[in-house]
Design a protein around this ligand. Structure first.
Ligand code: PBG
Length: 332
C-alpha cells in the first residue's frame, strides 16, 4: 500500500529543509540585556525573585559586561538603584548618578556596546512614582496626583544627563503626556540631535512588573500607575499611544509586557514602520525560572519558543533577562 506524501511532510521531513523554510529566526543581535547597577563596593547580589539576575556595584560590573560582549549581545539597558531617594528623584538626573557613572564606565570599556538608558524617576523617588507627585491625606490614607508637566522637566534633565554620560539610546519609560516631545526638544537643545529615542509607547499597567519592583526597589508607596499606564484590556488605545509618540519624534516603539500582548505587537507592527521593541518583562522571566527550578518545564525550549513568538508577532528587538541564556543556546 502506498501513502501520498503531502507537501507538508516533504517540507518538514528533514532538519535541513525545516531550517531552510523557517520563517522566523532568532539572532543574538535581536537581544538587549537589562543590567541593575547599585551603589557600594563588592556588590553582586542575586535578586531573589529573578534567579540569575543581580545587582552590581560599579566595581563588579565589568565581569558581567565582559560576558555580555563575549556572547555577542549588542546592547544593554541600564537601571540604577541609588543610595538616596527624594521626592523629585534628584539622583536620577545627577551628572554623577549611578546610571551616568555606569554608562561612562561601560562606554570606556566597550565603546561599541550600545548603552540604552531607561529614563524614568521611579527608582529615584522616595514615593516610587515615575515623576513628581502632589500628595494629600484623606482619613489617614495618602493619595497622590502625578504632576505631568513638572515631571517632564525633570525627565528631560535626566535624559540629557544620560546623553552627556555617553548613552547611545534614550528610553523613556514614564508614559507622561508629551514625554517624547519634551525629551526630544531637550536633547536637541543640548546638542544631542543624533541620539534616538526608544519610546515605551505601549506600556500596560501590568502585574508582570512585580519582580522588577523588588529588583529596582521602585514599588509605588501609595496609589498605583493606572493613571499613566494603559489598561490591559485595550488594543485600539495602543495605536493611539504609538501614533502620538511617532508624531512627537520617537525613533523606535515599544510594547511592554510582551507575552500576554503578542496581538498588540502584531497590531503595532502592521500599523507603523518604525523599529519595534518587545519587552519580555520581569514577571515573564520569573515564572519560567520558577517552573524550571521545579523541573516542570524544559527551560531552553520554553524560552526560545517564547522569544520566537515575540519575533514572529513582529518585534525587531527583544529586551529580555534571558539574553545571555538565549545567546548561549543559539550558539550551541
Ligand atoms: C520604569 C520601568 C519599569 C519596568 C521597566 N522600566 C517598572 C514599572 O513600570 O513599574 C519594568 C520592567 C520589568 O518588569 O522587567 N522605570
Amino acid at each position: 500500500m502506498s501513502f501520498p506524501i503531502t507537501r507538508h511532510r516533504r517540507l518538514r521531513g528533514s532538519a535541513g529543509i525545516r531550517g531552510m523554510v523557517r520563517e522566523t529566526m532568532l539572532h543574538v543581535l535581536d537581544f538587549v540585556q537589562p543590567i541593575f547597577v547599585t551603589y557600594g563596593t563588592g556588590v553582586k547580589t542575586e535578586i531573589s525573585s529573578m534567579p540569575g539576575v543581580y545587582h552590581f556595584s560599579l566595581d563588579t560590573l565589568k565581569e558581567e559586561v565582559d560576558e555580555i560582549v563575549e556572547l555577542g549581545i549588542p546592547a544593554v539597558l541600564l537601571f540604577g538603584i541609588p543610595e538616596t531617594k527624594d521626592a523629585v528623584g534628584s539622583s536620577g538626573f545627577d551628572e554623577n548618578g549611578i546610571v551616568q557613572e555606569a554608562t561612562r564606565l561601560i562606554k570606556k570599556w566597550y565603546p561599541e556596546l550600545l548603552v540604552i538608558a531607561d529614563t524614568c524617576l521611579c527608582e529615584f523617588t522616595d514615593h516610587g512614582h515615575c515623576g513628581m507627585v502632589h500628595t494629600h491625606t484623606v482619613d489617614g490614607v495618602v493619595h497622590g496626583d502625578v504632576l505631568n508637566d513638572p515631571s517632564l522637566e525633570l525627565l528631560t534633565r535626566t535624559a540629557v544627563s544620560q546623553a552627556k554620560a555617553g548613552a547611545d539610546i534614550i528610553a523613556p519609560s514614564n508614559m507622561m503626556d508629551g514625554y517624547v516631545a519634551a525629551i526630544r526638544a531637550g536633547l536637541d537643545e543640548a546638542g544631542f540631535e543624533h541620539l534616538p529615542i526608544m519610546a515605551y509607547s505601549v506600556k500596560y499597567a501590568s502585574a508582570f512588573y512585580g519582580p522588577f519592583r523588588e529588583a529596582a526597589d521602585s514599588a509605588p508607596q501609595f496609589g498605583d500607575r493606572k493613571t499613566y499606564q494603559m489598561d490591559p484590556a485595550n488594543l485600539r488605545e495602543a495605536i493611539r499611544e504609538a501614533e502620538s509618540d511617532v508624531l512627537e519624534g520617537a525613533d523606535m516603539l515599544m510594547v511592554k509586557p510582551a507575552l500576554a500582548y503578542l496581538d498588540v505587537i502584531r497590531t503595532i507592527r502592521d500599523n507603523f514602520d518604525l523599529p519595534l521593541v518587545a519587552y519580555n518583562v520581569s514577571g515573564e522571566y520569573s515564572m519560567v525560572k520558577a517552573a524550571a527550578q521545579q523541573g516542570w518545564i524544559d527551560e531552553k525550549r520554553i524560552v526560545l519558543e517564547m522569544l520566537t513568538g515575540m519575533k514572529r508577532a513582529g518585534a525587531d528587538i527583544i529586551i529580555t533577562y534571558f539574553s545571555k541564556d538565549a545567546a548561549r543556546w543559539l550558539r550551541d
